[in-house]
Design a binder for this molecule. Sequence first.
Ligand code: NDP
Length: 252
Amino acid sequence: MNSDSNTATKTAIVTGGASGLGYAIAQKFVEENIRTIIIARNEQKLQEAKGKFGNLCSYIVFDLTNLPQIPELVTGIVEEYGKIDILVNNAGINLKKPFTEVTDEDFQKIMLTNVTAVFALSREVVKTMLPHGNGAIVNISSMAAQYGIPKVIAYSASKTAIEGMTRAMAVELSPLGIRVNCIAPGFIATDMSAKALDNDPERKNKVLSRTPMGKLGTPADIAEAVYYYASEGAKYVTGTVLPVDGGNSIGF
Ligand code: NDP
């Protein structure tokens, strides 16, 4: 894999970049010669990913729910790597539980990781993008924001918020040179979807039966779309939500 950090054209942050969709996104960015900083909590996974991706990848062990430390995190990145061109807000958590069993703490925890931390990190990164008048932010939503899915109340609320935030950020920031878009992945084969589907054959059958392409997607399918949004090819695209879902969101 390309590992020449001196020839990197741009710098990107990918949250949750050591596993699942984030791993594939970081891999694509490094292949495209983008210096990529991956952020997550588990250092071993981060180290393994960095080992695969080479010198163009750096990692930072950080819990994004630690909101007060986010300004320092972003300042540190800019001091070390110069300007940030791309932010991919990919890190997220899910919780599958019947509606009445979800506690206030459960709900807050999902919202903190999936919404508040995304807002706080975006705000700090945008502050550093504004002086350059340039930047691309890609948020990650879900099918849970396209239609009703039972037993994921907090996750559905959080991903629906992400789509609203994408539009609100786009109208305010696009005139200043920062594009903001969102991808709504369908059902993609990762640890997260395995947890939700593998011991629930009824749910898995339902997913596949309403997916016209008849199969789960791969993390690389998402990475291609994220790269498009982050690239010059999308320079007139902002405020959009792109389902990458094998047709699941329009399936009967
Ligand atoms: P994974 O569980 O594989 O990855 C989630 C990543 O987020 C992990 O790398 C995890 O790293 C990181 N993360 C979670 N919480 C925190 C935190 N507090 N601070 C820092 N990092 C954190 O899931 P996926 O790859 O499947 O999901 C990625 C995104 O895609 C999520 O936003 C998810 O909602 C969304 N999505 C996934 C779909 C799918 O089918 N897989 C479908 C639709 C949306 P660590 O544990 O080391 O902190």
